[in-house]
Design a protein. Sequence first.
Length: 207
Amino acid sequence: LERFPEELFPLLKNIKVFRSFSKNIQFLPNDLWELKNLKVLQICNCKIQNISEDIKKLKNLDELIINHCRVESIPENIKYLKFLTYLNLSNTRITLLPKEIGYLENLTTIFIWFTKLEKLPKEIGKLTNLEKIDICLNEIKEIPKEIGNLKKLKEFNLYKNKVKVIPKEIGGLISLEILNIVSNEFEYVPEEIKYLKNLKVLQMQLN
């Protein structure tokens, strides 16, 4: 299957979950963005390279999962997905997250493995409902100091990136329980880590 049948989508106007695992799919049809009741959109194992700006129409979306695809960027219009709580962009070709991600005030989980992601935007500090950031096996070189604003964050997994400095603002993560910073490039951990009173698991490796 290389394309979704056009006659399919008029029959799906009330569906809440759409999952695709068709490895030969190269394009997402315009009709997909008309599924206004959609809560979960999962696109996996495909040849898709672009996500339409029309994703903004999926205003009720709760989970967005795009992985094992050739997607290189996420549209700025993602900012209109106000009810989004879960974002998974693993095994894609993205290098940056748009700063507009800062508008996703209900986001609780960011899961991004195996990409070329180089940094987190400072706007991530606006996501004050975040509970989990799992960004292993990427190319991240720096963590913005705004990370310290995430007072509800419980798990921060940075395994195998290229981070050279852990910002002292990490001490502001007062709810943090799990911190994994193994296989990065920093030479010391800031003393502010002592303020993580709820920390239960610390995994690290100094270079």
